[in-house]
Design a protein. Structure first.
Length: 69
């Protein structure tokens, strides 16, 4: 995923890349795909997965941490 913005088909919104990453990770946590105690991938692994900068991943992770996830 190298686009800065992507369409959220369900809501019709345009999401920035960090919002898309945040949404993907939140969904994995809330759905139980990543159970409590599961190690979230390191930032460098997420940057490779999403084809983005470390700063973009860090922004998404910081917002998740502030939300208590």
């Amino acid at each position: 995923m190298s686009l800065v913005e992507t369409d959220d088909v369900e809501s019709g919104e345009i999401l920035s890349l960090h919002q898309r990453i945040l949404s993907d990770i939140r969904e994995k946590i809330l759905s139980g795909a990543w159970a409590p105690g599961h190690r979230i991938p390191f930032e460098h692994e997420l940057t490779a997965q999403y084809n983005c900068s470390r700063m973009t991943v860090n922004k998404a992770l910081s917002q998740l941490a502030k939300a208590g996830l």
